[in-house]
Design a protein. Structure first.
Length: 355
């Protein structure tokens, strides 16, 4: 019996399961999925969990059940490619025939002293829970500093401003406009929303140090009761520690078939893979479909495609609280109520098909 091991039950890992189960898995292949938590987490909704606007259960989906699927609860600490084993903390290693590494990403602190120690995060469900506790135990008039005005920072700031209108929220952005990856018109729309909702945007910021309840912007101290870091990501430490070529964010360089150049049995998925597009759930799912095709061809004794067509991304959607939103669909900027409804609809469909 061959064992396909999937590290990480994120969007890509779930897509692999949905493509293979219940009826597309060969008789001589079993699947082992390893994750730190015993359920799939909707990472795109962690901002709402941290802000206190959705309960914990709303960002969880049960893993599928199948006789040939084993879900292992544990923490991956390394991969021994020579012996084809996955190393787990405080547990026995797991042998694999094919391995898919989709362990996701971690915060990147850019060597800012104190940033990791004194700021909160929304990069995992465990960290989002701690951030929720910190934010929602604040007294009225408390100051929240959110470092980073990309999609995560903007969604957290907007959700928190509706959830806790009594707080003073400061959004630190290093550029001229927030959401620098989006068109200026869209960025200005979001900035206008923040102005109406009393969220202070601090442009041209440069966080040089973080201390307890204080961050230093261009070396000037700014008092904050809670600091949340959303200013960059990097690949999971397990991947950063692996041998092989990586990009500046620690993501592994892979072949067009999504495996390592020197090991066709180790596939790199999602936030751990160096790809032309920014990491996203859509990109991970697109990769997953192509990885499954490679595996199925091999299992059938056939040669997989040498390359695949580019993964088509439908767009990006963000929320501004519960009633407004923004995004890009087919290179077209959309804002307002329609964008928010679209995002809610996409989430509902995903949970419907996976829940």
């Amino acid at each position: 019996m061959k064992n396909l091991v999937i590290l990480g039950g994120g969007y890509g890992g779930m897509k692999i399961l949905s493509e293979l189960l219940p009826n597309n898995l060969p008789e001589d292949v079993s699947i082992t999925m390893v994750d730190r938590v015993p359920y799939h987490c909707l990472k795109t909704e962690y901002y709402a969990l941290a802000a206190g606007t959705v309960p914990d259960k709303e960002v969880r989906v049960e893993f599928p059940e199948h006789p040939k699927l084993t879900v292992k609860y544990g923490e991956v600490i390394g991969v021994n490619a020579k012996e084809k084993k996955v190393l787990l903390k405080d547990d026995e290693s797991i042998s694999y025939d094919d391995l898919v590494i989709g362990l996701g990403c971690e915060d990147k602190y850019h060597n800012v002293p104190g940033a990791e120690q004194f700021s909160f995060s929304i990069q995992s469900i465990e960290k989002s829970r701690k951030t929720y506790s910190a934010l929602n135990n604040l007294g009225p008039g408390s100051i929240v500093g959110i470092v980073g005005a990309g999609l995560s920072g903007v969604e957290l700031a907007s959700e928190l401003s509706e959830s806790r209108g009594d707080l003073k929220i400061k959004l630190f952005d290093r550029g001229n406009h927030i959401l620098s990856a989006f068109p200026d018109r869209l960025s200005k729309f979001v900035e206008g929303w923040f102005k109406e909702h009393n969220v202070e945007i601090i442009n041209h910021s440069n966080i040089t140090r973080v201390e307890e309840n204080t961050l230093y912007n261009n070396d000037v101290p700014v008092k904050c009761d809670v600091i949340v870091w959303t200013a960059g990501i990097q690949a999971n430490k397990v991947v950063r520690d692996m041998e092989g070529e990586k990009d500046r964010s620690g993501r592994m360089v892979i072949t067009p078939r999504h495996h390592l150049p020197n090991d066709e049995h180790i596939f790199i998925l999602g936030d751990c893979a160096s790809l032309p597009h920014a990491p996203s759930a859509q990109l991970a799912e697109g990769q997953a479909v192509q990885i499954v095709e490679v595996l199925q061809k091999r299992w059938n004794g056939e040669e997989p495609p040498a390359e695949f067509p580019p993964i088509k991304l439908k767009g990006v959607l963000g929320s501004l609280g519960k009633k407004q939103g923004f995004g890009m669909m087919a290179d077209r900027a959309i804002t307002g109520r329609v964008a928010r409804l679209l995002k809610s609809g996409v989430l509902w469909l995903y949970k419907f098909h996976n829940g």
